[in-house]
Design a protein around this ligand. Structure first.
Ligand code: SF4
Ligand code: F3S
Length: 103
């Protein structure tokens, strides 16, 4: 499976979401995660990610091994994101950011 790593934190371009044929991206508070049971290793998302946050698990450098487990755990916890937000190639606002709107 492919995994999203720390380069995604706070970026959330979400361009990756639109190219995934099996909709296996899940949206956490500050980054996205790939469900390893759904990912079909198609490689489409890698070139869509501006900060190069997405890796094939087999290509991960050793210092990013922990992201395999994190993607598995977090993708079970957070909902699927079906569509990208914002302009292509532009970072979107992290949903965890406190709203500046008065309540
Ligand atoms: Fe989706 Fe393909 Fe990327 Fe897996 S490799 S997350 S199936 S776009
Ligand atoms: Fe994150 Fe890259 Fe997608 S920054 S939201 S994995 S395009």
């Amino acid at each position: 499976a492919y995994v999203v790593t720390d380069e995604c934190v706070g970026c959330k371009y979400t361009d990756c979401v639109d190219v995934c044929p099996v909709s296996c991206f899940h949206e956490g508070p500050d980054m996205l995660y790939i469900n390893p049971e759904e990912c079909i290793d198609c490689n489409a998302c890698v070139s869509e990610c501006p900060p190069e946050a997405i890796w094939a698990d087999v290509d991960l450098p050793e210092d990013k091994f922990q992201w395999i487990e994190i993607n598995g755990e977090m993708s079970n916890k957070y909902p699927v994101i079906h569509e990208s937000r914002g302009t292509k190639g532009e970072p979107t606002e992290a949903s965890a950011e406190p709203s500046s709107q008065p309540s």
